[in-house]
Design a protein around this ligand. Structure first.
Ligand SMILES: *[C@@H]1O[C@H](CO)[C@@H](O)[C@H](O)[C@H]1NC(C)=O
Ligand SMILES: *[C@@H]1O[C@H](CO)[C@@H](O)[C@H](O)[C@H]1NC(C)=O
Ligand SMILES: *[C@@H]1O[C@H](CO)[C@@H](O)[C@H](O)[C@H]1NC(C)=O
Ligand SMILES: *[C@@H]1O[C@H](CO)[C@@H](O)[C@H](O)[C@H]1NC(C)=O
Ligand SMILES: *[C@@H]1O[C@H](CO)[C@@H](O)[C@H](O)[C@H]1NC(C)=O
Ligand SMILES: *[C@@H]1O[C@H](CO)[C@@H](O)[C@H](O)[C@H]1NC(C)=O
Ligand SMILES: *[C@@H]1O[C@H](CO)[C@@H](O)[C@H](O)[C@H]1NC(C)=O
Length: 737
């Protein structure tokens, strides 16, 4: 295979950045073409080094390039203003004529798709869904996150076979525990940042979603089963508690692709940007070309419109919803009113006495005090009271509890943001505390306002199962439509991402109310590993499936109703928009037998990218070679062979084709069922697809047009479904009128 990645990463340390002239660390991503014609495979890495060096100003080209796969770092510890200016101006020249130079941009710092501090509760993870006879055997999942705490009992390799022969990755652990047959690799990017050990907890938790072993604690009994318990894990630490950067991600994805991973799981991202300057989209493109499925969190910026991250069509974009489990807590007010919320606080010794309430916003000396920011609760009156704290500010839920505890408070009621709706989250607080909805919080404040002798008590009921509304889309789960490519429906899928227990480093016990090795987290950073795990199960059961085919099986078999058989609801308990759930909620057992698949041949992404009206240079950035879109028969975005539809419909009808591949019974016949969105006609030709052999492909045409009398505007939704006597293959349709 051709040598693909041609990313040169420059780390420019301790110099003046230009043009702001402020002293700070700057890293630039500089892409150059692969000098394929000039180098032989044998001496590739050395010759690549000198090729890259030729792009640097003479004064620094003598610096040693450190190779990480096809990505090179240069650490420049001393450079003056002139030198920095030279590098940056060179990087921003974008000279079309200059051979080999593709693009350059200052790297962005990406955000964690979670809050980091929730602490532990071990719970019976009653997701009967994650059962597959293969349990992900023989599959390698690469997790890009904050590293790993390898000593965690979850990562024992009892019963694990050795990694497959194709594995070429490294283990850079320098710790009491080395890698084993479960945890087969651990590396850090960039290297100079230390060891792959998790100093945040998030990475251990993300990886922990794939392993067995959440222990029994408190009320629940049982063993949590990881999503793909027999899959091997390779850890790529790309961030610390401060965040992560483009350059680390690019390097890690590239190395992971060469190491032999089958699935890449990224619970991180930033806001939307065009694919050619989005490091995850870039890295994922190369990985996909190598047959690796890249699964990413959709982001936690919901419920605002167009907040979805990681939107590229070659990525599986995962939103978050609830399980049928609540971890209930109740607050009783002095006026006998009762409000329910959630908490994972765990203590047998907690007094259930009434205490006075305290609202720090009433006597605010600092603007942050209503958020219970660390150090803002200076009023001595906090002592001995239950404190009302608003979600928000730059403080985590656990940190707010810590601030209340430090100030002498005896309990805390966390009040959600209005947009969180009915989504509450159970955190293992350092003191008796619970999370309530905004609406309930306002009623509690009203009560405080109504009497001078306001008191409350908090009680903890623990795990409550079988919430008939489940799955409910979490308020924080990011929403479409996609900005980067409006005519690709995003997110693709939702999965469990609220109150998910998984491994947590014991070294982080300060954060918690017990020395537990499990934590519970509510974010898309937890739903993403669930879907990565399902992808691993599918890959293990069907090793030849392409990344696009795996996506298709997951999407066309998803369910769109909840346990009560009603449409899936959102955080306001209203029917969820198609831009919240995409194809719906993952249904792993059905995904194992989809009947038909929408495969996207990798070569189709080129006409798609040209159809996005990117320049040749921009498309070349993704493909990492020279591209001339005028020589490419470009396609509209909606023509990509995607398992869902997102259409912006004007007066003119629009027609697209889709090609499905038969992976069900050799001889089978499918009939189309169409539920047209309001105000839209959807017609499909032919309306019957007859297959006579396996892997046979059939193409159909679908036409969208406005009905004559349509006065509807905004978003309307429907679906089309191919049904045989054994399978049903559903594609959601989102239409903006
Ligand atoms: C491993 O850790 C030990 C103790 O912290 C240290 O002395 C040693 O240099 C480390 N080795 C590497 C390769 O980082
Ligand atoms: C929890 O499991 C233990 C051991 O299997 C059993 O003895 C106990 O009764 C169980 N508790 C509950 C509440 O199910
Ligand atoms: C507000 O703070 C001041 C100074 O700490 C204190 O004397 C006063 O009692 C507080 N008022 C209320 C309503 O808590
Ligand atoms: C509390 O009561 C005061 C005076 O009646 C009013 O101005 C204020 O808006 C009330 N606050 C809340 C949160 O209801
Ligand atoms: C955690 O606990 C240790 C020992 O008790 C202490 O030294 C350290 O400062 C604590 N860390 C935090 C973040 O509170
Ligand atoms: C690209 O340009 C063509 C021609 O101007 C236009 O019809 C099409 O909508 C554009 N596509 C996108 C994605 O903007
Ligand atoms: C619009 O027309 C379609 C068929 O032409 C009809 O079924 C539908 O009821 C009409 N809707 C309205 C609002 O008149």
């Amino acid at each position: 295979m051709k040598f693909l990645n041609i990313l040169l990463v420059l780390f420019i340390v301790g110099c003046l950045s230009w043009p702001s002239m402020q002293s700070k660390l700057e890293t630039y991503i500089i892409q150059v073409e692969s000098p394929e014609s000039q180098i032989s495979t044998q001496s590739m890495s050395m010759d690549l080094g000198s090729w890259y060096n030729s792009f640097l100003p003479k004064s620094i080209s003598k610096h040693k390039l450190e190779s990480r796969g096809a990505v090179f770092d240069i650490l420049i510890s001393q450079c003056d203003e002139r030198l920095c200016c030279k590098i940056i101006s060179r990087a921003s020249e974008r000279n079309e004529e200059e051979t080999g130079f593709v693009n350059a941009w200052p790297e962005r710092i990406l955000s964690l798709h979670t809050t980091r501090t929730q602490s532990f509760l071990g719970l019976k993870q009653n997701i009967g869904l994650w059962r597959d006879p293969n349990y992900g055997k023989g599959v390698i999942i690469g997790v890009l996150d904050s590293g790993i705490f390898p000593d965690h009992p979850s990562f024992s390799d009892k019963g694990m076979p050795p990694p497959p022969a194709k594995w070429k990755g490294k283990c850079e652990l320098n710790f009491t525990t080395k890698c084993n047959n479960k945890l087969i690799g651990a590396q850090i990017f960039p290297k100079e940042n230390g060891s792959p050990i998790d100093d945040d907890g998030h990475g251990t938790h993300s990886a922990g979603a794939f392993v067995k072993g959440a222990n029994v604690y408190g009320n629940a009994n049982g063993t949590a089963v990881g999503v793909a318990p027999l899959a091997h894990l390779a850890i790529y630490k790309v961030c610390n508690s401060l965040g992560w950067s483009d350059s680390g991600i690019l390097a890690a994805m590239d190395v992971a692709s060469h190491d032999g991973v089958d699935i890449l799981s990224l619970s991180l991202g930033s806001s939307s940007s065009p694919f050619y300057s989005d490091s995850i989209a870039l890295g994922a493109y190369s990985a996909t070309q190598r047959g690796i499925l890249v699964s990413c969190s959709a982001g936690n910026s919901g419920p605002s419109e167009s907040s979805v991250a990681n939107e590229a069509p070659w990525i599986l974009t995962v939103g978050a919803s609830t399980l049928d489990r609540k971890i209930k807590a109740t607050v009783h007010l002095g006026n006998k009113k009762v409000f329910e919320g959630e908490s994972a606080f765990h203590s047998k010794s907690f007094s259930t006495k009434f205490f006075p309430l305290f609202d720090p916003s009433l006597n605010a000396s600092e603007s942050d005090s209503s958020y219970c920011g660390s150090g803002t609760l200076t009023d001595r009156a906090v002592k001995g009271k239950i404190v009302l704290c608003m979600i928000g500010g730059s403080y985590t839920r656990i940190a707010k509890g810590q601030a209340v505890k430090d100030a002498g408070g005896v309990g805390m009621i966390l009040i959600n943001r209005i947009e969180d709706g009915f989504t509450t989250s159970a955190d293992a607080h350092v003191l008796p505390a619970m999370d309530v909805t905004y609406e309930d919080g306002m009623k509690i404040i009203d009560y405080m306002n109504s009497t001078k002798k306001h008191v409350a008590r908090i009680t903890f009921q623990g795990t409550i199962l079988r919430d008939k509304n489940a799955p409910v889309v979490a308020g924080f789960s990011s929403r479409g439509p996609s900005i980067a490519s409006r005519r690709i429906l995003k997110p693709d899928i939702i999965g469990p991402g609220v109150n998910i227990p998984a491994a947590w480093p014991t070294s982080m016990e300060n954060n918690t109310n017990s020395k537990s090795t499990f934590n519970i987290i509510s974010r898309t950073s937890m739903s993403c590993p669930h879907l990565s795990g399902v992808a691993a199960l599918l890959k293990s059961a069907h090793p030849t499936l392409s990344p696009a085919a795996i996506k298709s099986t997951i999407m066309t078999t998803a369910y769109t109703v909840n346990l009560a058989n009603n449409p899936i609801l959102d955080e306001m308990l209203l029917p969820a928009s198609i831009f919240a759930i995409g194809a719906g909620h993952v249904n792993p057992s059905r995904a194992n037998d989809p009947g038909l698949i929408y495969d996207t041949p990798f070569k189709d992404y080129l006409p798609y990218l040209c159809g996005l009206n990117y320049t040749n240079r921009e498309v070349g950035n993704l493909l990492q070679r020279k591209v001339d879109c005028s020589e490419v028969k470009s396609i509209p975005e909606a023509q990509l062979n995607y398992p869902s539809f997102s259409i912006t419909l004007g007066e003119n009808p629009q027609t697209y084709t889709r090609t499905v591949t038969n992976v069900g019974e050799a001889k089978s016949s499918y009939i189309v069922e169409i539920v047209s969105p309001l105000g839209v006609f959807v017609t499909v030709k032919p309306s019957t697809l007859k297959f006579s052999k396996m892997n046979q492909k059939k193409t159909y045409r679908v036409t969208f047009s406005k009905t004559d009398n349509s006065s509807t505007s905004g978003v309307v939704q429907g679906f089309l479904k191919w049904t045989s006597n054994r399978h049903s293959v559903r594609s959601p349709i989102a239409i903006v009128l």
